[in-house]
Design a protein. Structure first.
Length: 140
């Protein structure tokens, strides 16, 4: 069984476009952390998604629009439709349930759709990088 890669090893993996996973994910990682897990209180991580969600309608719309960055990243990197579908589903659930007063704000703290979407993009890039590395090995 293959050993689990460290975050550092994953970020250093080369993609067919000549960039590393870390380079491709840097902005998405920063935004998803800001929206979902930048702050903490009593051991609970939360971000601007939860805070801005306290502002009726406008807060949820603003964080929903910011969450579209993951979808744009998936499209830019030409990830499979399944990745885009997962991202859209997470945004839909987060925006829909997050709009419920008070309960939606608590939901936002624990659902963390932006971090989920980051992991979707990361998973697909790891697969792409592994396939690229394998193709390079077979060429040698």
């Amino acid at each position: 069984m293959a050993r689990k890669r460290t975050d550092e090893e994953i970020r250093a993996m080369m993609l067919p476009n000549g960039r590393t996973i870390g380079q491709e994910l840097r902005a998405l990682d920063a935004l998803s952390r800001l929206l979902d897990s930048r702050f903490g209180m009593m051991g609970v991580k939360f971000g601007l998604d939860s805070i801005l969600g306290l502002v009726p309608v406008a807060g949820d719309v603003a964080t929903g629009l910011a969450g579209l960055h993951a979808l744009v990243t998936a499209w830019r990197l030409k990830l499979p439709a399944s990745a885009s579908f997962g991202i859209v589903w997470n945004l839909f659930v987060d925006t829909g349930l997050g709009a419920v007063p008070v309960a939606g704000d608590v939901f936002d703290i624990f659902f963390q759709s932006n971090r989920k979407n980051y992991r979707i993009v990361e998973k697909h890039l790891i697969r792409r990088a592994e396939a690229h590395a394998e193709s390079l090995r077979t060429q040698s």
